[in-house]
Design a protein around this ligand. Structure first.
Ligand SMILES: [Zn+2]
Length: 398
């Protein structure tokens, strides 16, 4: 991509522990502007426990970088200089968000508030990464060319299966038939931008923490039920990855009474039972649709087909049971579920909540991003990096 200005290059800040602490504090201040803006510096100091001088210093840096701007001051009530509140400047930068699903790749641009400003789905004619990844990079370049007013800060990539965040590698994704695919390396070469990669369940926990319903929640469990089924858990802003990012692999948990054969050779694995493929196959067998798209099952249910509605209800209930088991282990404050029925139908959401358990039902929510969940997953991977370390991950001042 012919862009020379972009970057997540480190700024000159002190080395070692002091540097890490300052970077983390910078993240806390920028998050505070994101969550409360327009907000006075004195309010940020009160909310974060930092000194007013320190907040003023960080905000001055963010203003120079173009991440923050002064908002319209409130009309002064009396004499004296009004406090000029600060707000996130969401006009100057964008990030790329890629999500690789089984049937298609989603390519998107998002602003710093995690809002999707452009989005495209690229169908997979086949899933060879040497074809999928360069094509996605090309689509992203096209979107960036249409938004020359905004500079790209980086690209986030989310996928299901086993994704190692540290190395930027999709270690194993059975349904795509990907093994040890160096996604970060390939996409950095094709885009010329910094690329960050993570599993989509974890990426969406970060999306919910930063931009969605889990803001301010002490702990969050996210269950993603698409074609791939996996989970992620965060406490106090930290998403658990575990060694080589293997946490949350629940695809082959046995479901009591499950009857679906799984690619692993067993029967009744969670992913085989809940997969959208299974939903579509059951819908075809029942004469509801003749295709492979779960949205068609949803459309049939919405048009009044009772068989389609029952299939969706059954899947939401099974998803709720799985979420309930995980919640019993992890005891999260908030449970977020990405599942097509619960996202779009109130009867499915009610069934899912009931299956999680009446005690937790009030703390169970569908994804905050029903119309753009995959784009937000990709974008959240890189926006999480920005909000953790805005001085390390933002553009050099110019
Ligand atoms: Zn299995």
């Amino acid at each position: 991509m012919p862009r020379t200005t972009a970057t997540l290059t480190p700024s000159p800040v002190p080395r070692g522990a002091d540097r890490d602490r300052r970077r983390a504090t910078a993240g806390v201040v920028l998050r505070s502007v994101l969550e409360h803006g327009p907000v006075a510096r004195s309010t940020i100091a009160r909310l974060t426990g930092l000194s007013p001088a320190s907040v003023t210093d960080y905000c001055a840096r963010f203003t120079r970088l173009g991440l923050v701007r002064e908002a319209e001051p409130p009309r002064p009530k009396g004499v004296g200089r009004p406090h000029v509140p600060l707000d996130l400047d969401d006009s100057r930068f964008v990030v790329g968000g890629l999500h690789v699903a089984v049937p298609y790749t989603t390519v998107a641009l998002l602003d710093l508030r995690g809002r999707v400003v452009r989005q495209r789905e690229l169908r997979h004619e086949h899933t060879d990464p040497r074809w999928v990844l360069p094509r996605a990079a090309k689509a992203l370049a096209g979107m960036l060319a249409e938004r020359r007013d905004a500079r790209p800060l980086g690209v986030g990539v989310a996928a299901g299966g086993w994704v190692d965040r540290d190395s930027g590698v999709v270690v194993e994704h059975g349904l795509l038939d990907w093994r040890d695919v160096p996604v970060r390396e390939v996409l950095e070469a094709h885009t010329g931008l910094p690329v960050h990669v993570d599993g989509h369940a974890r990426a969406l926990v970060n999306g919910e923490r930063l931009f969605g319903r889990a803001r301010g929640s002490g702990s969050v469990l996210h269950l993603f039920a698409g074609n791939v089924v996996d989970a992620a858990f965060a406490t106090h802003d930290e998403v658990h990855h575990g060694p080589r990012s293997q946490a949350g692999a629940i695809a082959h948990l046995p479901v009591p009474g499950g009857s679906e054969p799984c690619a692993c050779g067993r029967t009744g694995c969670l992913q085989a039972e809940l997969s959208e493929r299974t939903l579509c196959r059951r819908a075809r067998a029942a004469g509801v649709t003749d295709g492979h798209n779960p949205r068609h099952v949803l459309a049939a249910a919405d048009a009044g087909d009772p068989v389609a509605a029952a299939l969706l209800l059954e899947r939401s209930r099974a998803t709720g049971r799985a979420a309930g088991l995980l919640a019993d282990v992890l005891n999260p404050e908030t449970v977020v579920v990405t599942e097509i029925g619960a996202m779009h139908r109130t009867d499915c959401l009610a069934a899912l909540r009931e299956a999680v358990g009446t005690e937790r039902a009030a703390h169970v929510f569908p994804t905050s991003f029903p119309d753009s969940v995959l784009a937000v997953a990709g974008g959240s991977v890189v926006l999480d990096v920005l909000y953790r370390d805005p001085l390390g991950a933002s553009p050099e001042a110019n």
